[in-house]
Design a protein around this ligand. Structure first.
Ligand code: HEM
Ligand code: CU
Length: 571
């Protein structure tokens, strides 16, 4: 791309504490801010998972750490907030916003984002949304409790849940969060479109950049109807309209359509950056060019497009016209085709590679394995006939956690362990990293594999006390085992927390390129200075993953070095 655009951006070197750490326009500082917001919320979301699980295993007893029992109303609030937090305040800020911000300029060879002030605004709007969501716990009636999907009529009439302000604040917090990611999304799209360094064609961008661009586009295109829906719900709650209330002529199903038209694409907004990070890690640690670079991009675009026509698979038994069930089943099953292609491409990348099993690679491979598993159970949910039996059971809960946990946490940890040296200038401890991986991976399986059995055994989701149902009595032992495993899963995270903060101050100083990566972020200092490269921005000579090239002196050629004559990386 043109040299002028890659020249230093207009905002100068930051000066002083406030401009450097708080109101920063530097994409790398903004990325760290997003990361800390996400990690704060992850701790709270995880704590809520523990509260939920404790209540399910030992209903109505004192919850250790909380120091008191919770009733069914509060249980609903914890489930709602757990889901809301994990999806909107952990997954998107961490995968899309933090890594998107940190990596896009570094990977494409730009000195910052296209719109640095908009970037700063987006993180502060998210911070405001976070404060409002926290505030909603302390208002009269407590926090929202209509589920993360906020279905009316439950969400439309305060009398149904006893939640007054909490629900309005929930809607407001989400509206602000959406606004924040719309602003972020503009940067994630415009920056790679306009600010690539010389030689960086679109098909020479690392896959992570592609994934963030496609995720941002999906988000931009799907969120509008839900914002309209949220305004209508606010009006129903506060001004007596009846968009979603049957007695006044409204239709609660309308909300479900608006929500899931956004909701299904939204899971890809979470998934794609995670997959992108896993791809970067896998190619580096198997020392092999990614298999099928272009087919992967095309498959993701196809899956992204299809994600707009599958939404009613969440509504098979909602009173939807049964003639609609078949088309939505079919589109849902079709969407597994591009994903199967991506999975095979990744397996082919690993195949016969010289695999280096460091912590990022463990998380990436573990994440891929769990994602495959979660994708397979999705086929059952997507088939309308089967879904009649498993809808709203713990089978569904187990399915979506397999895909979401593998994206958010297994993919997210792969990304953190991989790029931490670049982000913070120090290496993380490898032994602690591997302990963290095995604790997380094995206890994840111990929580969510048996959960499928509980679901097939008939246990419904969103119930506060399974002890009230005689037919669920045989599942009590499994439920206690799942809760025990949840506690160990959460305890395993202390390996990470300690490693993360300890390494920041005590870790071995990171070299520029600790993993022998080929993409541009590894060509500058760790951490990169303001403006990203101390001297000129490097230019690019070939596609991103130059591993194992014949004629090269090492097993890799970085993107900013010309290829040895005769070598051409496959794309
Ligand atoms: C520590 C690991 C986790 C455990 C033990 C856990 C456990 C649970 C449980 C027991 C429920 C209640 C299910 C119900 O009654 O419907 C739930 C709901 C949910 N979880 Fe998790 N979860 C974990 C991590 C995650 C992650 C990583 C995500 C997303 C990225 C997530 C997203 C959700 C969502 C969206 C709901 C639905 C909330 C609702 O029904 O309104 N969870 N989780
Ligand atoms: Cu869906």
């Amino acid at each position: 791309m043109s040299e002028t655009l890659a020249a230093p951006v207009e905002h100068g070197e930051p000066a002083g504490f406030w401009r450097t750490y708080v109101f920063s326009t530097d994409h790398k500082m903004i990325a760290r801010q997003y990361m800390f917001i996400a990690l704060f919320w992850a701790a709270l979301g995880g704590f809520f998972a523990y509260i939920i699980r404790w209540q399910l295993a030992h209903p109505d007893t004192d919850i250790p750490l909380l120091g008191r029992p919770i009733g069914p109303e509060e249980y609903n609030a914890f489930v709602t907030m757990h889901g809301t937090i994990m999806v909107f305040f952990v997954a998107m800020p961490l995968l899309l916003a933090s890594f998107g911000n940190f990596l896009i300029p570094l990977m494409i060879g730009a000195r910052d984002m296209a719109f640095p002030r908009l970037n700063m605004l987006s993180v502060w709007v998210l911070a405001l949304a976070s404060l409002i969501l926290i505030g909603s716990f302390f208002v009269e009636g407590g926090a929202a409790s209509a589920g993360w999907t906020g279905y009316p009529p439950l969400s439309a009439k305060p009398a149904y849940t006893g939640v007054e302000w909490g629900m309005d604040l929930w809607l407001l917090a989400l509206a602000l969060e959406f606004g924040s990611f719309l602003m972020g999304g503009i940067n994630f799209l415009v920056t790679p479109m306009n600010m690539r360094t010389r030689g960086m064609g679109f098909f020479r961008m690392p896959l992570f950049v592609w994934m963030v661009m496609i995720a941002s586009l999906i988000f931009l295109l799907s969120v509008g109807p839900l914002i309209a829906g949220a305004v209508m719900l606010l009006l129903d709650r506060n001004l007596g309209t009846s968009f979603f209330m049957a007695p006044g002529g409204g239709d609660p199903l309308l909300w479900q359509h608006l929500f899931w038209f956004f909701g299904h694409p939204e899971v890809y907004v979470i998934l794609l950056p995670a997959l992108g990070a896993m791809m970067e890690v896998m190619t580096t640690f198997s020392r092999k060019t990614i298999f099928g670079y272009r087919p992967i991009i095309i498959a993701v675009i196809v899956a992204g497009g299809l994600s707009f026509v599958v939404w009613a698979h969440h509504q098979f038994i909602s009173g939807l016209d049964p003639r609609l069930a078949t088309p939505f089943s079919v589109t849902t099953i079709i969407i597994s085709v591009p994903f199967a292609l991506i999975v095979f491409a990744l397996l082919a990348t690993l195949w016969r590679g010289s695999i280096r099993l460091a912590t990022p690679m463990w998380f990436a491979v573990g994440g891929l394995a769990v994602f495959i598993f979660g994708g397979l159970t999705g086929i059952f949910n997507g088939s309308a006939a089967v879904d009649i039996y498993i809808h709203d059971t713990y089978f569904v809960v187990a399915h979506f956690h397999s895909t979401l946990f593998s994206s958010l946490f297994l993919g997210g940890f792969a990304a953190i362990y991989y790029w931490y040296p670049k982000m913070f200038g120090r290496m993380m401890n490898e032994a602690l990293g591997q302990l963290h991986f095995w604790g997380t991976f094995l206890f994840f399986l111990a929580v969510f594999v048996p959960m499928h059995l509980v679901g097939v055994g008939g246990m419904m989701r969103r119930i506060a006390n399974p002890g009230q149902y005689e037919f669920l009595a045989p599942l009590a032992g499994l439920n206690r085992m799942i809760t025990m495993s949840t506690i160990f899963l959460l305890l395993s995270q202390f390996f990470f927390v300690f490693n993360f903060f300890w390494s920041m101050f005590r870790g071995r100083p990171a070299p520029e390129n600790p993993w022998d990566g080929t993409t541009l972020e590894w060509t500058t200092l760790s951490p990169p200075p303001h403006g990203n490269w101390p001297g000129e921005v490097p230019r690019v000579y070939h596609p991103p993953y130059g591993y194992g090239l014949p004629g090269a002196s090492e097993d890799w050629v970085p993107q900013h070095r010309p290829l040895p004559s005769g070598a051409a990386p496959r794309t």
